[in-house]
Design a protein around this ligand. Structure first.
Ligand SMILES: C[S@@+](CC[C@H](N)C(=O)[O-])C[C@H]1O[C@@H](n2cnc3c(N)ncnc32)[C@H](O)[C@@H]1O
Length: 395
C-alpha cells in the first residue's frame, strides 16, 4: 500500500509510522475479505439450517447471527480496525501540524493563483445530528465550526481514508468522482454543464475529477465542515485544479434557482437523517436547470439485496457510528426523488465498474442499463463496484 499522498499536503512519517499504517490496512483487508467470507459461510452452514424459516430481511439475519462466535470475531476486529485507521495517522499529523498549516496557508493565500476559491460561513449553524456523533468512529468528526483554525481534520480524513481504503479508491481517492462524472457524460451526451456542484464534498477528492471530465464547467464543492474545506482548497491548488469550495448546508444550497447543471453527491445521503435527505433533494430540484441532472453515488437499497447482504451492509449502522445508514437504505430511492419534485420517469440508476481500473470501453458498456444484482446472492457482481442513482430535472 502507498502511504504517501499524491499532493503537497503529504507529510513526513517515520518508517515505523508507515509500517503501522500498512499493518492496519492489512488487518482491515483481512477482516473484510477473510473474516467476512467465514461469517457468510457460518451463517449458511450453521445458522440458516436451524431456523424454522429463512429470515425475511437484514434485521432478522442480524438477530439470528448475533450469538455466533464468527459474528463476534468479525465485529470486534472490524471495530478495532476502524479505530486503528484513525489512530494510525493522528500522531504523525499532530507532529507535522505546523508544516501542514503553513503549507496549506501558502497554497490558499498565494496571490499569484486565481484558480479556485474558498468561502467559509462563520454564522452557519451546525445541525444537532452532526454534532451528536463522531461518524464512522472518526475522532472529532469532520470539525464543522468555521472558527476552528486549521486544516488538521482534513488531514486526518485524507490520511485515514488512505489506510481505510487500502488502495481501492484510486491514487487520489477519486475513483468515485471519475466514475460518476464519466457515467454522467455517457448517459447524458447532450449535457454541456456550465456549473457542477458536489454536495458533502469533504476534502474535494471526488469533486476534482468533474473538472477533468468537464473542463469548461465551474466546479463547486459544498460542505458544512470548514476544516475539511480549507484542506480541500489547498489540496486542489496543489493538484493544479481550479475548484470552488463553499461552506453551506445541503438544507440551503447557496445557488440561485435553475442555475446549476449537475448536482452530485457521493457517500453523502447515508449520513443524513431522513428529513435532511428530503430537504437536500428538494434543494437539488430547486437549483437545477431544466435538463440538469442530480446524481448520487450511494450504497444500494436494501430492497435490491438478499437479507444477508442487507444485514452485511447495515452492520455500519449498528457498530460503526453510522446512525442513519440503515434508514436511508430502507428507502425507495425513486420515491425520494419523486417527493422532491423529480418526475417518476426521470429516475435512473446504474451499477458500474471503477472507472480508473477498467478500459473506457468496458466502462461505457454499463451505461443505459439498469442496476443489475446477482440473482442468487443479491450482490453486485464482483467486477462491479459503484452504484449511482438520480434523475433528470424536467422542464
Ligand atoms: C461521508 S462524507 C462524504 C464523502 C465524500 N463525498 C466522498 O466522496 O468520499 C459526508 C460529508 O457530508 C458533510 N455533511 C454532513 N451534513 C451536511 C450538510 N447538511 N450539508 C453539507 N455537508 C454536510 C460532512 O461534513 C462530510 O464531509
Amino acid at each position: 500500500m502507498e502511504t504517501h499522498l499524491a499532493h503537497e499536503l503529504d507529510i513526513a512519517k517515520t518508517g515505523w509510522e508507515r509500517a503501522r499504517e500498512r499493518s492496519v490496512s492489512s488487518l482491515r483487508a483481512y477482516v473484510l475479505n477473510n473474516l467476512a467470507g467465514e461469517l457468510r459461510e457460518d451463517y449458511e452452514s450453521a445458522v440458516l439450517p436451524t431456523l424454522d424459516e429463512p429470515p425475511a430481511d437484514g434485521v432478522a439475519v442480524h438477530k439470528a447471527i448475533r450469538p455466533r462466535d464468527a459474528f463476534r470475531w468479525y465485529s470486534s476486529l472490524r471495530c478495532t480496525a476502524q479505530e486503528l485507521v484513525w489512530n494510525s495517522v493522528i500522531d504523525s499529523i499532530d507532529r507535522q501540524a505546523g508544516f501542514l498549516e503553513a503549507r496549506a496557508a501558502e497554497l490558499t493565500n498565494d496571490a499569484s493563483r486565481t484558480d479556485g476559491s474558498l468561502e467559509l460561513n462563520a454564522d452557519l449553524e451546525l445541525p444537532d445530528y452532526y454534532k451528536a456523533v463522531d461518524v464512522h468512529l472518526m475522532p472529532g468528526n469532520y470539525e464543522g465550526a468555521a472558527d476552528d483554525a486549521g486544516v488538521l481534520p482534513g488531514a486526518v480524513y485524507d490520511n485515514g481514508f488512505n489506510v481505510f481504503a487500502f488502495g481501492a479508491m484510486g491514487k487520489e481517492h477519486n475513483d468515485i468522482g471519475w466514475s460518476m462524472a464519466n457515467f454522467t457524460k455517457l448517459r447524458f451526451p447532450d449535457l454541456d454543464p456550465a456549473v457542477i456542484v458536489d454536495v458533502g464534498c469533504t476534502i474535494g477528492h471526488n469533486t476534482l475529477p468533474w473538472k477533468a471530465v468537464y473542463p469548461d464547467a465551474k466546479v463547486y464543492g459544498v460542505d458544512i465542515a470548514a476544516a475539511c474545506l480549507r484542506y480541500a482548497h489547498a489540496r486542489a491548488r496543489s493538484l493544479g485544479v481550479g475548484a470552488h469550495f463553499r461552506q453551506a448546508s445541503s438544507d440551503a444550497l447557496p445557488f440561485d434557482d435553475a442555475s446549476v447543471d449537475v448536482v452530485f453527491s457521493s457517500m453523502f445521503l447515508h449520513e443524513l437523517p431522513a428529513k435532511h435527505i428530503a430537504r437536500f433533494l428538494a434543494q437539488a430540484h430547486r437549483v437545477l436547470k431544466p435538463g440538469g441532472v442530480v446524481i448520487n453515488m450511494e450504497l444500494p437499497p436494501n430492497a435490491a439485496l438478499s437479507p444477508f447482504d442487507a444485514f452485511y451492509l447495515d452492520w455500519d449502522s449498528y457498530y460503526n457510528n453510522e446512525p442513519f445508514y440503515k434508514n436511508f437504505r430502507d428507502q425507495d430511492y425513486r420515491g425520494l426523488l419523486e417527493a422532491a419534485g423529480f418526475g417518476r420517469d426521470a429516475f435512473f440508476e446504474s451499477v458500474m465498474p471503477r472507472y480508473t481500473y477498467v478500459p473506457h470501453e468496458a466502462f461505457a458498456k454499463v451505461v443505459g442499463g439498469t442496476a443489475e444484482f446477482d440473482e442468487d446472492t443479491g450482490r453486485l457482481s464482483d467486477d462491479i463496484q459503484w452504484y449511482g442513482f438520480g434523475a433528470e430535472r424536467q422542464a
